[in-house]
Design a protein around this ligand. Structure first.
Ligand code: F58
Length: 833
């Protein structure tokens, strides 16, 4: 029997009538069972949760693909301008429950499956996370494509179909162990392979200079190898189920005909090796955050997906416009998510100049109207540079083009600052260091029509510290778009109890218009509402306590404050500042068993880059301190420490709804924006944080009474460093701090293994404490005392927490996308009937 599909009215979308496709419970049951039988070849008696998950996904897929087809047809017929979001990372998490929520079918599915004897929540655990990203940058891309589809903007995400996503983290004896992530081992129901759209790209080889008819110089690249890119499409369901856009991820494959010369010449083994190498390109995601790996394979990954995506875009453009390039930049805007896809700039120049035979100026004009670039970091070690020698080897023609771009740009600089070689050296795409390097940031600024930072303060620093001369040269090019998060995943889906309470109180318009949450402000001091809110928080905490027990065997009291720090492990994010404060509390309770504090559970989730030794030491330290504290009956009624292994999107969804406190304690000026800060506040956690990244805007929204701000500001940090910061001063001045650091250095936490944690102390003292942990320690402890006091007043705390949720309207990714659309992309939405 065919699935019953009914279309709803398509007037102005509000949350309650946004349902484009409705399936009743019986139709849903039928669809699932049909797929169990016909797609999986099993039946109700034999099916385990995994089979049910696949059958349910397949049932959903029928709806999703139908809308995908309609969306693509509509976009094609309307020949719409579209944004192409180029990102080396898309941290999607799980898709089934998200797609059910966005089709407004979650409750239907839940009751349908219940009647089939299946618990939906348990079944959803079968889906592996699609962890094709490291952290904030990759998750931002995932939130953005959700908002783009929800607001019905023509958009396509382009990235890499990694065989292995971010490593799975195990904790053994307190230390991080990396295990491969194999998210596709048992098949992925959400991807469709599109062999009809395969692309081929070139690598290596040499460039031949030729002379054309009227003596014009022509360049011909003779590649050394050719790699095939196979596209996999993941449907991106907008809320309301009307528009379903696509995320297109490229998988590398060796080409049938590449290296036949080698083969024929008898080099069979070499030929095989090259085959293996081309398949290696999309094998694994580099697990570094905020450092640049500088590896040839990473450069090839970047070129591989950028070049495949450009070819795909051009194929589509030509279908509608033939060889008329004049409308290209009207139809196509490409957003570069950081510099990782920046090699697309010289690649488009190559296609326009060498292939389409446009003159340089025309080509450059098209190029610089097509690209826009988002910067996500100011950390010098994260700003990408590639050795000239490496680009010359891998992409010889691109190096020539980069030199030409730079040569012409230097003429502009000379015109603006005649004779100023210092500025030239600073702005040049080529860094004249020992080993000559290509600066991808400079290339991106020069080749784009817009450059944005990701929070107000960050964009200000991009303009004043990172690219001040560019800002002078191109007034108005540098701008801000503050990050955001999708409220569908990060409130509606992950916190059902709270979202239902909100719906009851103020209706469900907030799902598409997050500013509506402000209507909750009127109830923030209402005792009944406070009690309802606190009861739900408590239920969420009980659920997380059970998860903690299951994952770590640690028992925690849900009545304690749940204090959460979840993010990549990095010195600038200062998990070790949190740890020092925990040690201070431990010591205070040991010295005074009646030390007055509300019981508190400190919960961490964090992965460290495998090669980042100090980050791994910090994880080890947290786990070792946790072991001691959790097993010390003198303190463990008041204090517990939990490190949850393998932090990822699906774990975040369980932790965030249960948080009382959100730790956002980076050194001012270092965290570009942060987005976890927004997710936690949206779910009613109160932030303790520095004036850094989006914390500043969060503080503006919630008001200073509803957030615990502490520590040095950006200017104060710079001043301290300029004066010559001496961490030893703090060590000798603060007796508590000194004792704690010495304690860490003893073998108290690592019995039989003294000095295992010494590198930590070392980095904070002799290492110069580059992120000013010691300078902020005292202010942090004071802020924590205030927080602890505030928590004791239950009603006051509930009011603060509710106001945090109420004031998060600004931080929906729908608003970020509207900002991109208005400031940069200039797109029209395209309603899909
Ligand atoms: C993050 N960057 C920023 N990079 O650190 C964070 O403040 C911001 O909120 C977020 O981007 C979104 O704008 C980030 O996640 C990476 O993971 C890169 C991966 C590839 C290597 C370089 C870092």
């Amino acid at each position: 029997k065919p699935v019953k599909v009914a279309k709803a009215k398509s007037a102005t979308v509000t949350a309650s009538d946004a349902v484009a496709i409705q399936l009743d419970k019986d139709a849903f049951k039928q669809a699932v069972v049909k797929n169990l039988h016909c797609t999986l070849g099993t039946d109700e008696n034999k099916a385990n949760n995994h089979a049910w998950w696949k059958a349910t996904s397949a049932a959903m897929q029928e709806l999703v693909f139908e809308r995908l087809r309609t969306t693509q047809k509509t976009h094609y017929l309307n020949d719409t301008r579209a944004v192409h979001y180029f990102s080396a990372e898309f941290l999607m998490g799980r898709l089934l429950s998200n797609n059910m929520h966005n089709f407004e079918l979650f409750e239907t599915a839940q009751s349908a499956l219940k009647e089939l004897g299946v618990d939906l929540t348990d079944m959803l655990e079968e889906e592996p996370d699609m962890a094709l990203g490291n952290g904030g940058l990759g998750r931002l891309a995932a939130c953005f494509i959700d908002s783009l589809a929800t607001m019905e903007f023509p958009a396509i995400g382009y990235g890499i179909h990694y065989e292995h996503g971010l490593f799975r983290q195990e904790i053994r004896n307190g230390a991080q162990i990396e295990r491969p992530d194999s998210w596709r081992d048992f098949g992925n129901p959400w991807e469709i392979c599109r062999p009809e759209s395969i692309q081929q790209i070139s690598l290596y080889g040499y460039v031949e200079t030729k002379y054309g008819k009227n003596g014009a110089i022509q360049k011909e690249w003779h590649p050394g190898s050719i790699v095939t890119g196979v596209p996999w499409d993941i449907p991106i369901v907008g809320y309301g189920g009307k528009t379903v856009n696509v995320l297109r991820l490229w998988q590398s494959q060796s080409s049938e005909y590449f290296n036949w010369d080698v083969f024929n010449a008898g080099g069979y083994v070499d030929a095989q090796r090259e085959n293996v190498e081309s398949e290696t390109i999309s094998k694994v995601l580099y697990p570094n955050d905020e450092t640049d790996a500088g590896k040839e394979l990473r450069l090839i990954q970047q070129y591989f997906f950028s070049a495949c995506s450009l070819k795909d875009i051009i194929r589509r453009y030509k279908r509608a416009h033939g060889d008329d390039w004049s409308r290209f930049s009207e139809q196509v805007v490409i957003q570069l998510n950081d510099t990782h896809p920046a090699i697309a700039i010289p690649e488009l120049m190559r296609i326009l100049v060498d292939r389409a035979e446009l003159d340089w100026d025309t080509a450059w004009s098209i190029c610089t109207k097509t690209f826009a670039y988002t910067n996500h970091t100011l950390l010098p070690e994260a700003l990408e540079k590639w050795p000239v020698r490496m680009i010359e080897k891998v992409l010889p023609r691109h190096l020539e083009i980069i030199y030409e771009i730079n040569h012409r740009f230097m003429t502009e600089v000379e015109a603006k600052w005649p004779g100023d070689n210092e500025i030239k050296a600073k702005l040049s795409i080529i860094e004249e260091s020992n080993e000559k390097m290509i600066r991808m940031g400079n290339l991106s600024v020069i080749g784009s029509f817009a450059v944005n930072g990701v929070a107000e303060i960050h964009s200000k620093l991009v303009k004043s510290q990172l690219f001040p001369e560019f800002n002078e040269l191109y007034p108005g090019k540098l701008t801000n778009v503050t990050n955001g998060i999708t409220p569908r995943r990060w409130l509606k889906a992950c916190n059902p109890l709270f979202s239902q309470l909100i719906n009851k109180k103020i209706g469900d318009d907030w799902i598409l218009n997050l500013d509506k949450l402000d209507d909750l402000s009127a109830f923030a001091s209402n005792k009944t509402f406070q009690n309802q809110f606190m009861k739900i928080k408590q239920q969420n905490k009980v659920a997380l306590a059970e998860e903690i027990k299951k994952l770590t065997d640690i028992t925690v009291d849900p009545k304690a404050i749940f204090d959460i720090q979840i993010k990549r492990l990095h010195e600038y994010k200062r998990q070790h500042l949190n740890l020092l404060h925990i040690l201070a509390l431990y010591r205070r309770i040991l010295q005074d068993p009646d030390y007055d504090m509300h019981p508190r559970v400190f919960i961490f989730g964090a992965k460290a880059a495998p090669g980042y030794a100090l980050a791994k030491t910090i994880i080890y330290a947290i786990n070792k301190v946790a072991d001691k504290i959790n097993n010390d009956s003198r303190v463990n009624k008041k204090l517990k420490v939990v490190f949850l292994p393998n932090y990822r999107v699906s774990l975040a969804e369980k932790m965030i709804p249960a948080a009382d406190v959100s730790q956002q304690i980076s050194t001012a000026g270092k965290e570009a924006s942060g987005t976890g800060n927004m997710k936690l506040a949206l779910n009613g956690a109160v932030t303790i944080g520095t004036l850094d990244g989006a914390n500043i805007e969060i503080a503006e929204e919630v008001g200073e009474d509803n957030i615990f701000i502490f520590g040095l500001t950006v200017d104060e940090v710079n001043q301290r460093l300029a004066e010559g910061y001496k961490p030893y001063d703090y060590y000798y001045k603060n007796e508590e701090l000194k004792s704690i650091l010495d304690w860490l250095d003893s073998d108290y936490f690592t019995p039989g293994n003294p000095h295992a944690l010494s590198p930590l102390k070392q980095s904070l003292l002799d290492g110069g404490d580059p992120y000013l942990v010691l300078a902020d320690f005292e202010a942090y402890c004071d802020a924590n005392i205030k927080l602890d006091k505030a928590y004791r007043d239950k009603s006051k705390w509930a009011e603060m927490a509710i106001l945090n949720t109420a004031k998060m309207g600004k931080f929906t990714s729908d608003r970020s996308i509207k900002d991109y659309v208005n400031k940069i992309w200039k797109l029209d939405s395209c309603g899909v009937k």
